[in-house]
Design a protein around this ligand. Structure first.
Ligand code: PMP
Length: 426
């Protein structure tokens, strides 16, 4: 019995499923989740003293590697002045100014404490601003677990096979329309039917909750044009892609300007933070200046702001994201070559510091349907072989992988060498 097994047994007696967020329970891959005791740079360590090259990166935020010394220092300095005030601080202004400088489509920004809060609030704002009720999302895209967004969702909802959760009244869900990601024709069709009632389109500009699926050429441009035509709000959910795909997020990478942007994870540098922002005209519709209510006791928390601001400052280096993308590319090409050697069909995708690999013989994977038709059994085996090799991949075939600046050549070479051995055993 390992210490992780022992802890998992104990956890299950007091915490539903032993975890505070479903995918952590290894439901998608089976086996015992590793209980982590510390993380440093590219590595995590578990309770049994195993060391892993980590590609989860706290599900995205650790772009600079775990426990970055400057972020840690910023937190320690902030802690000296108290943990929370429930009153405004200058650090919040600095944070807002930094976000605006990095993401020019954001003219005003409101801090929240999670990605779920960011998307939930952005949707409410879009509905309030347009006076329309319906929203359009894409099958397999995950935008947190707010009621209207947990419809045909990705991530844990997809991993666990519960794309529609009980507890969401039909009356709520009926306002959420869903079509296929990367299928502009379907978007046009549904707008032709319901366009006048659609408050917004919300999209992950690079889908990262059904593995990693970048937009096909023209898709995001098409969404922009449709939103302009019907006066719907275009919301980019950049909780995962923000500051990861490029300094200015996927909107900079693909050069498309959304009306609202949701951010999360990354802007807390590892602390619980999210944000939504965009055009002044829309953002000024929110309380206390506007009629749409939104609030949060811990929003803009001084410790979280100190960590996040430092992370954004450190990320604001020219060439850093090219370096991240080069790492994603090396992993994808390395995995592909290793799989080929073992006679296993594999397809890969990447954008900036996020990547994905699919056990499929399809040449490219661009749709939700293709992602769900991959060989999940093979993924499970591969995941565990890699874990045994000391490589911690996302424990689900429906999550993206994340690299950080702390992943050096040595770690990436070791990962590809481990993959070669793992593919050979499949
Ligand atoms: N949007 C996207 C694109 C996400 O990937 C996630 C979380 N993985 C969320 C929203 C929800 O964020 P949180 O888990 O912080 O509520």
């Amino acid at each position: 019995m390992t210490i992780s097994q022992d802890l998992f047994d104990r956890a299950q007696a007091s915490i539903p499923g032993g975890v505070n967020s479903p995918v952590r329970a290894f439901n998608g891959v089976g086996g015992t989740p590793r209980f982590i005791t510390k993380a440093e740079g590219a590595f995590t360590y578990d309770a049994d003293n195993n060391k892993y090259i980590d590609y989860v990166g706290s599900w995205g935020p650790m772009i600079l590697g775990h426990n970055h010394s400057a972020i840690k220092q910023a937190v320690l300095e902030a802690v000296e002045n108290g943990l929370s005030y429930g009153a405004p601080t200058e650090t919040e202004i600095l944070m807002a100014e930094k976000v605006k400088a990095l993401v020019p489509s954001i003219e005003k920004v409101r801090m929240v404490s999670s990605g779920t809060e960011a998307t939930m609030s952005a949707i409410r704002l879009a509905r309030g601003f347009t006076g329309k009720d319906k929203i359009l999302k894409f099958e397999g895209c995950y935008h947190g677990h707010a009621d209207s967004l947990l419809v045909k969702a990705g991530s844990g909802a997809l991993t666990m096979g519960v794309p529609n959760s009980p507890g969401i009244p039909e009356d709520f869900a009926k306002h959420t329309l869903t079509v296929s990601f990367n299928k502009l024709d379907e978007v046009k069709e549904i707008f032709a039917k319901f366009g006048e009632d659609i408050a917004c389109i919300i999209v992950e500009p690079v889908a990262g909750n059904m593995n990693c699926i970048p937009p096909v050429a023209g898709f995001l441009e098409g969404l922009r044009a449709i939103c302009d035509e019907y006066k719907s709000v275009l919301i980019f959910d950049e909780v995962m892609t923000g500051f990861r795909v490029a300094k200015g997020g996927a909107q900079a990478y693909y050069n498309i300007t959304p009306d609202l942007t949701c951010l999360g994870k990354v802007i807390g540098g590892g602390m619980p933070v999210g944000a939504f922002g965009g055009k002044t005209e829309i953002m000024d519709y929110i309380a206390p200046v506007g009629p749409v209510y939104q609030a949060g006791t811990l929003s803009g928390n001084p410790i979280a702001m100190a960590a996040g601001l430092k992370a954004l400052e450190l990320l604001d280096i020219d060439g850093l994201h090219d370096e991240l993308e080069a790492k994603s590319k090396r992993i994808c090409e390395g995995f592909k070559a290793a799989a080929e050697k073992a006679g296993i069909p594999l397809t890969t995708n990447y954008a900036g510091g996020m990547y994905g690999f699919f056990f499929t013989s399809e040449e490219t994977v661009t749709t939700y349907q293709q992602a769900t038709e991959c060989d999940l059994e093979r993924f499970k085996k591969f995941f565990h072989l890699m874990l045994d090799e000391g490589v911690y991949l996302a424990p689900s075939a429906f999550e993206a992988g994340f690299v950080s600046t702390a992943h050096g050549d040595a770690e990436i070479d070791a990962t590809i060498a481990a993959a070669e051995r793992a593919f050979a055993k499949l």
